[in-house]
Design a protein around this ligand. Sequence first.
Ligand SMILES: [Zn+2]
Length: 320
Amino acid sequence: MRGRQRGWAGARTGLLAAVCLSAVLAGCAAPAGPKPAPAVDGNANAAPVAEIAGQGPDHAGAPPVAPPRLPGVAGKEEENGGEATAHQEEAARRWGLERPPLKAPPRPTTRVELTQGQGVKLADGRPPVVYRVPTEDKVVFLTVDDGDEKDPEFSRMAQELGIPLSTYVSDYLVRENYGYFRDLHAQGVEINNHTINHRNLKVLDYETQHEEICNQQDQLEQQIGVRPRLFRPPYGEYNDDTLRAAASCGVQAVPLWNEEAFPDHMEWRYDDQKFHPGDIILTHFRGVDIWNASMPDLLRKVVDDATAQGFALARLDDYL
Ligand SMILES: [Zn+2]
């Protein structure tokens, strides 16, 4: 949307989004190199990302709220790599994928139980901070942040391919067009909290953080009809006040990320440059003005990479 004349609000949006972009480019992306450092630079609270081999889903967690299912996902009961239907083959061809996306395994009957040190940081009375969901399922989760670019082709592509998305929207970028996100929600996309103004929460006092997070909880409940369970702090920057404030208004988990996706490449946390079961992938609602590529180009890249490595994209809310 940037580059068009939208008056003060549009200019401000563009400026702040550019600030967000540079911050993301400067540090939010997962750096390549020796790990297990988290994807978030300068975050003293960063959780170590440990190997999670052997940690399967635990069925002692809270039962998931029945979410709307994506039409393309409903009824999938096969392992990854099951036969694609003619409809899926056709959709994959139409959107230029190398192959149809792999089918996600049946969703877990309960959400996974999180334990400290499994790419997970836990503290009493705080929502867990999660870089990677402990699961043995060959699934990864695509999360899309901010909300500046509102491309109907992107939502149509995700729906026709049955690709689950978990989005984190900032009010200042979407308040003029919540309808786009209501439509996404109606097709099964999670709409989650990314604060009102996309500020670096770590430099704010508790009360201001509370306003940034909890006012967006209220706003999303009013605009979308569902109070988010998940919250992601802008730039991945947070402190204990962030988690306390989030807990006070209903946030149940804080997903961060292990990979960041761009239309032409993936930034990997691990030197092996591979997905791992339960990896959370970050990307953004951006378009040709920043990427010189479209949201469908981005989604094509992510799905093709996941498929090539034998991973299906799954619904984060089913697991976390
Ligand atoms: Zn953001």
